[in-house]
Structures are given as structure tokens and as C-alpha cells.
Design a protein around this ligand. Structure first.
Ligand code: ADP
Length: 608
């Protein structure tokens, strides 16, 4: 019953059974005893009537015929308001007070009637049954009679209606049943209303408890169905309070971790025990091609078989409570980015063990390492030639068979030239290093670029004079104001002019010009030299990159000049590029660079 019926149904059923028992049992008992009393009284009445009829018949001396007997029974029966019958021993009816004498022979044999059978064996017999003739219940009482007034032996029977009590009792029964019916309907209605009144708060209580269990932790039970429920409602409310606090704490911690997880520079991928991705951080998008990575295997997202294999191995090795040793390896992805990968086994609460992989990008580190290696190799290579030369000439000068004075002078000149070259290279390298390390802050003020060009030309003019090279400046006569560091701008012009002088044929001028754009000025230094083929245009701005191998030795070249220019212009938010051959020509090179125009109201620094 516990399982199949609700608490409410059980309560209602119990209540109704008790109510029915309380209401029906006493009246039932009462009516039962009334009925047996009515029966007893009817029985006694019938016996008394039988006694009376018998006594009356005894007073008759002789009843000559059946018809006389019948008449007598009719008379007595009328007086007593009962039906009287006389039945012969074989069951044949001889006289009946309520049946015309002529029809008596037609009456059926009464031998089988229970009161007749009983009276024949026990002198007196009775039976209560419905009489078709009277249309109601009658008490039949029969007594065996022998030798009265010459009547043949037989059974005298009286059929009397039940006691007068019977009808009022029956009416009372009906009224009682009607009252009971009305009472039950009223009780049913009242109990329905009561249950509803109790039911609503209980339902509200259940709904609130369900809402809390469905994560609506702000819900509370406000109305209690009754004071017996207070401990329950208070317990549920307290539970909701504590869950709310805990959820808040957990949510905050989760959000913090989420923020950390997503803010991490490293890409993170979490795998379940089946080797499928269950979580990634936002940075991970850099590694994967598609958005939908959850549920996929690492190989489907990052095409690197080694990663897949190590992930699988880590998950397999993570057995029981012991975590496998972390694996560390490097992978290079399609776009040439290098990652340092750490995979470690991870307990996965739901499905056993998983793994977490952290990808740390080391592309820049690798590049810097390579730059450093290249740099060392380049510097060693660049220094080796002049050093070898200096060593060779110095050894010759110190040898026993000393060269003559003139040759010695020439040797010393070579040594000096190589030494100067090395000094210049070291100076250039130092300047480049300072520029890269931002140790040379560019003081950006309004300067006259024409003045910087002139200063630069003066410092390298002696090289030009030897080749009869002139500078043709097409810069505006009243100067060009730009936002720059004067010394660094001089250096850019000087490096470009030195290159132009170096590569220009004799007697060909170098031209400097500029174009004014909106917000910036583009400067150009043009020469008529051999020019630079297109494939070198990008690379000549790299350190130590030279095209000279195709052109033979160009004295004083360190391969660092343009790299310095590029760095200085980077500090000025400018650009530098080369065009070669010159416009409308098959040779020559023009170097362009841009600088920001000086703000109109700024102070101008100018050198003459
Ligand atoms: P360098 O000290 O050797 O001149 P740069 O960095 O200034 O170094 O130049 C890099 C290379 O670019 C040079 O070695 C040369 O091959 C090429 N180059 C630079 N300027 C010119 C120019 N005006 N004409 C032809 N080639 C040039």
C-alpha cells in the first residue's frame, strides 16, 4: 500500500473507513435487534392467535363439514385480521379464511411449506416469508391438531402480518439512510475542502523544494502547511541558504579559474579517459582550425601524430591513483610556429582518468635563439677577414726578413684600414644593439630635415670628392620641418649617402628630394649606381646582408648601415624601402623613407 497509494489517499481512505464504521455499526446493531424484537413479537402474536383459534374450535361440539369449518375460520380470521387455513395431513387445504370455499380444491398442496413440515414433526412450526396473496411479509405459524369437533387431524395455520412495529422501524430505516446519505455528501464536501486547503500549501512546499533541486537556489518556502511542518520547511530553507552560499563560492571560484584559464598565454586542452577533448581555453583557438573541437580527438584538431600518441600513452599510463610522469616535447605546426607541449595525466571524476596538455608557444624564443646564433656566426665571420689580414701583415712586419720601409708603410696602411673597418663595425653593432634595446631614446622634436641632410653630406663629402660626386638637393629652400631626433636623422641621411657615394660611378651626382604628404614627408636619395635586383630589396635591411659578393670588395662596407636606418625609422614610426632601378632608367637605386611632419607650433632645431 505504501508504494501504490499516496499519503493523501491513504489518509482519506482511513478516515472514510473509520467514519463509515462509526456511523453504520451502531445503527446496524440497533436495527438488527429491533428486527429480531419485531420477529419475536410477531411470533408470540401468531401463537396467541393460534391458541385463540384452537380454543374457539374446541368450544364447537361438532363441525360437521369442511364448509362449516371454513365459515368458522372466515369469521375468526375477520375478527383477528389474520388469514386462517386448515390443512389436512397430506397437505391438502381443507379450509382457508381468505379463499372462497368453492376455490379451495384448486389450491396447491401445502405439504412442502416449511411451517407445515415443521409442525408435523415438532407439533408447531413457523416460517416468515413473502406472501403473493397478501403482497407483504407474513409470519406463518402452524400447529398440529387432532380430533377437534370431528375435524379430521391436520394442521391449523395462521398467517399474520408482522408486528405493528415493523412499518415504523422500516420507515425509520429509510429516513436514517436518507440522513446518512446527506451526511456523507456533506462530510465528503467538507473533507474535500479541508484537503484542498491543506493540499495547496503542501503542493507549494513540494514545488519550492523541486525548484531548489532544479537550481533555483533563491526560492524559499514562505507558507507552512501547519506548525508540524515548520521543522521541515526550516530545514529546506536552511539547506537552500547553504547551497546558495556554496554555489556562489563555487561559481566565483569557477569564474576566477575560468578567467585565469582563458587569460593564459598558453593553450590548454583537457582530454577525457577516452582521449577526447572535453575542454579548451580561448587561447587554444590559435592552434585549431575549426571552432567545434569538443568531443574530437587531438589529431582531428591539430595534425600532429606525435601529440596524439603521447596523449594516448599518458591516458593509458594513468592508472589507479598514481599519475603518470608528465611528458614534455616540442611540436612545429604548419604555420611554422613552435610549441613546447606538456602533457600530464589528470584524474577525471566522471569517467576514470584523462589528461591535460599545455602548449607554450616558443616560436619567438626559437627565432631569437637563431638570431643570436646567426649573429655570433656573422660577427665572427665579419671579423675574421680583417683580423686574418691584420695578423698576416703584422707577422710579416715582425718576421726576421723585414720588408723594406715603403712596403712596411703599405702593410701598416692595410692594418690601419682593417682596424678602422673593425672599429666601425663594432660601433655600428653597438649602436644597433642600443637601438634594439631602446637605449637610444629618440628625442622627437621639430627639426629641419634639409639641415640634417647638409650635416650628413659634410661628414661624408670627402669620399664624394674623390669621385667628383655632387649632391643635388631638391629639398625646399626654406627647409622641411619634421618630427625627429636630429642626430638620428643625420645618421640615416649619412648611411644612405655613404652607400650612394660608394656605389655611384664617378662624376654622377646624387639627388635628394622629398614629397610632402598629409601628415608625413617622404624623403629620397637617388644614385646612378648599379642598383639592386628585386630579390634583395627586402633583405638588404637585415643585419650583415650584402649584395657585394657579386660586385667584389667595396671598402668600408659592414652590412649594418641599412639595418641601423630601419631601426631608427622604426623609432620614428616611419618606413624605409628601396626602388631599383630608378624610375625611367635601367640602373640606379632610390632609397625612400618617411617621417611625420612637425606640429605647426613646435620649436625647431636646426644646424648649419
Ligand atoms: P653596407 O655597410 O655594406 O653598405 P648597408 O646595410 O648599408 O651595408 O647595405 C646593405 C647592402 O645593400 C650593401 O652591402 C649593398 O649590397 C646594398 N646597397 C646599399 N645601398 C646601395 C646602393 N645605393 N646601390 C647599390 N647597392 C646598395
Amino acid at each position: 500500500m505504501n508504494g501504490s497509494y499516496s499519503f493523501r489517499t491513504r489518509m482519506i481512505l482511513t478516515f472514510w473507513i473509520m467514519l463509515l464504521a462509526a456511523l453504520l455499526l451502531p445503527p446496524w446493531y440497533y436495527f438488527r435487534s429491533l428486527a429480531s424484537q419485531v420477529l419475536e413479537e410477531s411470533r408470540e402474536n401468531a401463537i396467541q392467535q393460534l391458541d385463540f383459534v384452537q380454543w374457539t374450535l374446541h368450544r364447537e361440539k361438532q363441525i360437521p363439514s369442511a364448509e362449516d369449518l371454513n365459515r368458522l375460520l372466515v369469521e375468526i380470521g375477520d375478527k383477528l385480521s389474520v388469514r386462517l387455513s386448515y390443512i389436512a395431513e397430506g397437505g391438502k387445504v381443507i379450509a382457508d379464511s381468505q379463499v372462497p370455499f368453492s376455490e379451495i380444491p384448486n389450491l396447491e398442496n401445502h405439504a412442502a411449506r416449511p411451517e407445515i413440515i415443521q409442525s408435523l414433526s415438532q407439533e408447531i412450526g413457523s416460517s416468515l416469508r413473502f406472501s403473493g396473496t397478501a403482497g407483504r411479509d407474513l409470519m406463518y405459524m402452524a400447529r398440529r391438531i387432532t380430533g377437534i369437533a370431528g375435524i379430521p387431524p391436520g394442521v391449523l395455520r395462521v398467517a399474520a402480518p408482522l408486528s405493528k412495529m415493523k412499518e415504523p422501524v422500516d420507515r425509520l430505516k429509510v429516513s436514517f439512510l436518507i440522513f446518512l446519505g446527506i451526511f456523507f455528501i456533506a462530510i465528503a464536501a467538507i473533507s474535500y475542502l479541508l484537503i484542498r486547503r491543506l493540499n495547496n500549501p503542501i503542493r507549494a512546499l513540494i514545488e519550492t523544494a523541486e525548484a531548489i533541486s532544479s537550481r533555483d537556489y533563491a526560492r524559499r518556502i514562505r507558507i507552512s502547511p501547519g506548525h508540524e511542518f515548520h521543522p521541515l520547511t526550516q530545514a529546506i530553507n536552511r539547506m537552500a541558504d547553504s547551497i546558495q552560499v556554496q554555489i556562489k563560492t563555487v561559481t566565483e571560484q569557477k569564474q576566477e579559474l575560468e578567467a585565469v584559464f582563458n587569460a593564459m598565454q598558453e593553450c590548454v586542452m583537457v582530454l577525457d579517459s577516452g582521449g577526447r577533448i572535453i575542454r579548451v581555453n580561448q587561447t587554444f583557438a590559435r592552434l585549431s582550425s575549426g571552432d567545434d573541437v569538443i568531443g574530437r580527438r587531438p589529431l582531428e584538431v591539430i595534425s600532429n601524430p606525435e601529440l596524439q600518441k603521447i596523449s594516448d600513452d599518458t591516458i593509458k599510463a594513468t592508472a589507479g591513483d598514481t599519475l603518470a610522469q608528465p611528458h614534455n616535447f616540442q611540436i612545429v605546426l604548419g604555420d611554422e610556429r613552435t610549441y613546447d607541449v606538456n602533457i600530464v595525466g589528470l584524474p577525471d571524476q566522471k569517467k576514470g582518468r584523462g589528461a591535460v596538455a599545455v602548449f607554450h608557444e616558443i616560436t619567438e624564443l626559437k627565432r631569437l635563439e637563431k638570431v643570436r646564433q646567426d649573429f655570433v656566426a656573422n660577427v665572427s665571420h665579419e671579423l675574421r677577414t680583417p683580423l686574418t689580414s691584420i695578423k698576416g701583415y703584422t707577422e710579416t712586419l715582425l718576421s726576421e726578413k723585414k720588408p723594406d720601409r715603403e712596403t712596411s708603410q703599405a702593410f701598416l696602411q692595410v692594418i690601419l684600414k682593417n682596424t678602422n673597418h673593425m672599429v666601425k663595425m663594432v660601433e655600428d653593432l653597438l649602436q644597433l644593439a642600443r637601438l634594439e634595446a631602446h637605449q637610444l631614446p629618440s628625442k622627437l622634436i621639430s627639426v629641419n630635415a634639409a639641415s640634417a641632410l647638409l650635416t650628413a653630406w659634410r661628414s661624408c663629402r670627402h669620399h664624394a670628392e674623390g669621385k667628383n660626386i655632387q649632391l643635388e638637393s631638391l629639398l625646399p629652400p626654406d627647409g622641411v620641418l619634421v618630427s625627429a631626433d636630429f642626430d638620428q636623422l643625420v645618421q640615416v641621411f649619412r648611411n644612405l649617402l655613404e652607400n650612394s657615394i660608394r656605389y655611384s660611378p664617378s662624376d654622377h651626382p646624387i639627388t635628394a628630394f622629398c614629397t610632402l604628404g598629409s601628415g608625413e614627408v617622404t624623403f629620397a636619395i637617388r644614385d646612378e649606381g648599379p642598383g639592386i635586383s628585386k630579390k634583395h630589396h627586402q633583405r638588404i635591411f637585415e643585419r650583415f646582408y650584402r649584395v657585394e659578393k657579386h660586385r667584389g670588395d667595396q671598402g668600408g662596407s659592414t652590412g649594418l648601415g641599412l639595418a641601423i636606418c630601419r631601426h631608427i625609422l622604426l623609432h620614428h614610426n616611419g618606413r624605409i624601402w628601396v626602388q631599383s632601378p630608378n624610375e625611367g632608367s635601367t640602373k640606379g637605386a632610390t632609397f625612400f623613407f618617411t617621417l611625420k611632419k612637425a606640429p605647426a607650433s613646435s620649436v625647431t632645431q636646426s644646424h648649419s
